[in-house]
Design a protein around this ligand. Structure first.
Ligand code: CP
Ligand code: NVA
Length: 321
C-alpha cells in the first residue's frame, strides 16, 4: 500500500544538522522529531512504502558494544530505502591510530551521514567538526540523545502529553542517560527528579545548562540522595545501569555506592498509581531494577526499545532526507 507521507524533510531546520546533544535542539525541533516518528510508526504498521533515503548511505562507527542502537539504525536505513555500513573501530584504521579528522574527511567522500558510538564525547565533536556530512551521536560518555528522543516519544504515546509530567531517574546521576534526560525533560517542560548518591549527582556544567532551559519552559529539577523523595508521585520512573560501558574497572566501588538505588515494588508504590517504568536497556536485574518490576504491569521497556526504530527513522529522514 502507498499513502501520502505527511513528513516534509526538505522544509525542516534539522536538514544537514549534526545531532550530538539534546541541548542543541529547540523544543520545536524535538516536537518535529516526535511528530515525524508518530507518522512513520503508523505508516510502518500500515505497510506503507516510504523511501526518502533511496541511494543514501550511513556509516556507523562503533567503539563500544550495542544491540538496540546498531540494529535499529541499520533497519531504519534499510526501511527508508538507504543502506547502513557497520564500522567497528577495531576493524577500521581508526583502531590502528588513523586520526579522527582524517577519518571524518574520508568518510565524507563516501557516505551521506555518520552515526558514531564512542567513549569520548570530545572525539564525536571532533568528528563533527571535520565531517562535511551530518554526525549523529549513538552514545558517548556524556550523552545519548537518540535514546532520550525515543523515551520522550514513548512517554508521549503512553501519557498523551509531556509538559507537566514528573520523571524520576534513580541511579547514576552523572552518566550519559541522566545528562540527556535532564536536557530532554527540561526542553519539553517535564519536571525531573534525580535520586543519586553523593559523588554521582549531575555535574555543575550540566546542571547550569538544564537550569537555564528549565527557566524558559517552567520545568522543575530536583536532585536528592533520597530515592523515595525523587519517586514521590512520579509519572515516569527511569533507571540505568550502575556501571556504564567504559567504567568496568570501577564496578566494585560502584556496586557499593549504588546499593539501594534500585527501582523495586516499594519505589513503584511511592510513585503515581499509573506510573510507567522505563529503562534504556541493557538491564541488570537485581541491581538497578528488580526482575518483578521490569516484568511487571508498569513496565514499558520493550515498547521503549521498539521506539528506537521509529524515532531514528524520523531523525534520519529529517536530517538526511
Ligand atoms: N539502549 C541502548 O543504546 O542499547 P544498546 O547499547 O544495545 O545500543
Ligand atoms: N549508561 C549506559 C547506557 C547504555 C545504553 C552505558 O553507557 O553503558
Amino acid at each position: 500500500m502507498s499513502i501520502q507521507p505527511c513528513v516534509k524533510p526538505e522544509a525542516t531546520s534539522l536538514r544537514g544538522r549534526d545531532l550530538l546533544s539534546l541541548y542543541d535542539l529547540s523544543k520545536e525541533e524535538i516536537d518535529e522529531i516526535l511528530k515525524t516518528a508518530e507518522t512513520l510508526k503508523s505508516m510502518h504498521y500500515l505497510g506503507a512504502d516510504y523511501k526518502p533515503l533511496k541511494g543514501k548511505s550511513l556509516g556507523m562507527i562503533f567503539q563500544k558494544s550495542s544491540t538496540r542502537t546498531r540494529v535499529s539504525f541499520e533497519v531504519a536505513m534499510w526501511q527508508l530505502g538507504g543502506h547502513a555500513l557497520f564500522l567497528s573501530s577495531s576493524d577500521t584504521q581508526l583502531g590502528r591510530g588513523e586520526t579522527i579528522p582524517d577519518t571524518a574527511r574520508v568518510l565524507s567522500r563516501f557516505v551521506d551521514g555518520i552515526m558514531i558510538r564512542a567513549y569520548s564525547h570530545k572525539d564525536v565533536e571532533l568528528l563533527a567538526e571535520y565531517a562535511d556530512i551530518p554526525v549523529i551521536n549513538g552514545l558517548t560518555d556524556y550523552s545519548h540523545p537518540c535514546q532520550v528522543l525515543a523515551d520522550l516519544f514513548t512517554i508521549y504515546e503512553k501519557k498523551k502529553k509531556l509538559a507537566g509530567l514528573k520523571l524520576a531517574f534513580i541511579g547514576d546521576g552523572n552518566n550519559n542517560m541522566a545528562n540527556s534526560l535532564l536536557f530532554g525533560c527540561t526542553k519539553v517542560g517535564m519536571n525531573i527528579a534525580i535520586g543519586a548518591p553523593k559523588g554521582y549527582q549531575p555535574l555543575e556544567e550540566v546542571m547550569k545548562k538544564a537550569e537555564a532551559v528549565a527557566e524558559t519552559t517552567g520545568s522543575e529539577i530536583m536532585i536528592t540522595e533520597d530515592i523515595f523523595e525523587a519517586a514521590k508521585d512520579a509519572d515516569v520512573l527511569y533507571t540505568d545501569v550502575w556501571t556504564s560501558m567504559g567504567q568496568e574497572n570501577e564496578r566494585k566501588i560502584r556496586e557499593e555506592a549504588f546499593a539501594g538505588y534500585q527501582i523495586n515494588e516499594d519505589v513503584v508504590k511511592a510513585a503515581d498509581d499509573e506510573v510507567i517504568v522505563m529503562h534504556c536497556l541493557p538491564a541488570h536485574r537485581g541491581e538497578e531494577i528488580t526482575h518483578d518490576v521490569i516484568e511487571g504491569p508498569h513496565s514499558v521497556v520493550f515498547d521503549e526499545a521498539e521506539n528506537r526504530l521509529h524515532v531514528q527513522k524520523a531523525i534520519l529522514t529529517l536530517i538526511m532526507g
